[in-house]
Ligand binder design. Structure first.
Ligand code: ACO
Length: 418
């Protein structure tokens, strides 16, 4: 029920609209013939969602009501995924069952590995990932039965179980290394790291680095209606299978203004080269109205709480691996930007991608692989949001309107007469 309403008078026609206001939003379809123009959804809520709460002014992020700080400090990644997907933290029995289900599905069909081998040695890992996940829909045609809850559960498990295997195989492909099969005696993160880095049947697990990776994945697990989640929801609204919808999310994440920013930050730090070059680099960004990669956010206007937590993770990781000299450049860049009126007035702060790339690099991942790790983290959020959308009776096929700016009616002229 609407608790308030807004009355709008169209001064051109005298027509009056009384639009219900509910939960701080007007119900735009009630505007009838009056369209709301909102490119890039700056001020449009496209759904009701009970998954992630985000207050951009206060720098608050919660999954299903739990502060991100508590989850990052205490929870496991699969436990967090369960929370996002089921709405509650699992008890010990439910968690064990969920972990078992995922463990049971970690293998990929041999043809998936052949499919991956078709990529060039220098193929971008995100291009490979989105292709491979899209291809999974052909391996599991049963996934089309999206109205069947049990079937959705099976596809959810398949996606979460197989993405690390595919991601590790993409890493091995780029390095010309043989694929390492999943190991059921290892946990989710341990298995992924082992499939990635094992050489000659050996890999010495580093618990600090594994926990750091797990924390990063938790911090990335959902972020309400971000670009890639919106892509998953929008594509999924055509009632396509979840593999196809998730591959659309991976495509959106690939872009440098979204998940691809972690890769772009490292390239930017490379281009800056030394701490002394930071002021002139910042001056150029301002002069050209360019972008400091890893800075700014559509919603966060005070600070990104994930960035604050990631800084702690960076210290833990660098304690193990030694400090990357680029950290000094990043810290100086942050200091200079946060004291500069240009960035302060635009409320630009480091976001989740600013420090994550340096951590991934220290862990041994190549720069073009960083966004794959983001995708591993974001996957439970994509699936949770997709399932919420699929089961929401208010949702229909996503189909925005437009304001036509093209030619008026004109008639075909044969080519010789033009
Ligand atoms: N560096 C310098 N200036 C910036 C930056 C930046 N990183 N981000 C925004 N601005 C400026 C814009 O030029 C604009 O200035 P103007 O008002 O003088 O024209 C103003 O700040 C507002 O910018 P918008 O583009 O309107 O902000 P929007 O909300 O559309 O974009 C985004 C948000 C895409 C994150 C942007 O800040 C950006 O491009 N950042 C760099 C890329 C990045 O780090 N992306 C990762 C985001 S987090 C994530 O997806 C996981």
């Amino acid at each position: 029920m609407a608790d308030e309403s807004l009355t709008i008078i169209d001064n051109r026609t005298g027509e009056q609209y009384t639009v219900p206001v509910q939960d701080g939003a007007i119900h735009a379809p009630e505007l009838r013939r009056l369209l709301s123009y909102d490119p890039a959804f700056l001020n449009t809520a496209t759904c009701r969602s009970a998954i992630t709460y985000l207050d951009g002014d206060a720098g608050i992020l919660r999954y299903r009501g739990y502060p991100i700080e508590e989850l990052a400090a205490n929870a496991g990644f699969l436990e967090t995924a369960y929370l996002l997907l089921e709405g509650e933290l699992p008890d010990a029995e439910a968690l064990a069952r969920w972990q078992d289900d995922v463990r049971y599905h970690t293998y990929v069909h041999e043809s998936v590995t052949k499919f991956l081998e078709g990529f060039r040695y220098d193929a971008h890992p995100m291009g490979m990932l989105l292709g491979a996940v899209g291809a999974l829909s052909t391996f599991y045609p049963d996934a089309k039965a999206i109205d069947d809850r049990e079937n959705r559960y099976l596809q959810r498990v398949r996606l979460i179980a197989k993405l690390p295997t595919i991601a590790a195989y993409i890493f091995r492909h780029a390095h010309g290394l043989p694929y390492v099969l999943p190991r059921n005696d290892l946990d989710y993160i341990g298995n992924f790291v082992n499939m990635t880095f094992e050489i000659g049947g050996r890999h010495e697990a580093n618990p600090v680095l594994q926990r750091a990776l797990e924390t990063l994945l938790i911090l990335h697990a959902d972020h309400e209606q971000n670009c890639s989640t919106n892509a998953v929801r929008s594509v999924g609204s055509s009632r396509v299978d979840p593999f196809s919808a998730v591959s659309a999310g991976i495509a959106a994440l690939y872009g440098p203004l979204h998940g691809g920013a972690n890769e772009a930050v490292l390239r930017m730090l490379d281009a800056i080269g030394t701490v002394e070059n930071v002021p002139s680099f910042v001056a150029d960004v301002k002069k050209d109205h360019g972008r400091l990669m890893g800075f700014g956010h559509r919603i966060y206007k005070s600070y990104d709480p994930r960035a604050a937590l990631i800084k702690d993770v960076a210290h833990a990781v660098f304690g193990e691996t030694g400090v990357d000299p680029k950290l000094e450049i990043a810290l100086e860049l942050e200091r200079v930007a946060l004291e500069d009126e240009y960035f302060v007035s635009r409320k630009l702060y480091p976001n989740v991608d600013f420090y994550s790339g340096l951590i991934y690099k220290a862990m041994g991942y190549p720069t073009d692989y960083f966004t794959v790790l983001f995708a591993l983290g974001r996957l439970p959020g994509w699936i949770a949001q997709w399932e919420e959308m699929i089961t929401d009776p208010e949702q229909k096929i996503a189909r925005p309107r437009q304001i036509y700016t093209g030619e008026d009616l004109r008639h075909y002229v044969p080519v010789g007469e033009r």
